[in-house]
Design a protein around this ligand. Structure first.
Ligand SMILES: [Zn+2]
Length: 79
């Protein structure tokens, strides 16, 4: 019998905002559509996984918080 592991053949791409096929890399997985780093789960599914076990924290759920897109505040002050 062949088990369909659809969830393992795709990953979530924040740029494409959906599950896409990805290219494997020793360190990361990249979206075949845009070349961005693809995450294992989408933020929505990630909540489900975390929510199933233990109490669900009602913290601020900012989109892309899990994604290391480098959205750090840049200080333009000099001196
Ligand atoms: Zn993509």
């Amino acid at each position: 019998m062949t088990v369909s592991l659809f969830d393992e053949e795709v990953r979530f791409c924040p740029s494409c905002d959906g599950y896409v096929r990805y290219l494997r890399s020793p360190t990361d997985c990249y979206c075949v559509e845009c070349g961005g780093v693809a995450a294992l789960l989408s933020p929505t599914d990630l909540k489900k996984v975390r929510g199933t076990s233990g109490k669900s924290k009602s913290t601020s759920d900012g989109p892309g918080r899990w994604n290391d897109a480098g959205d750090m505040p840049v200080r333009g002050f000099s001196g």
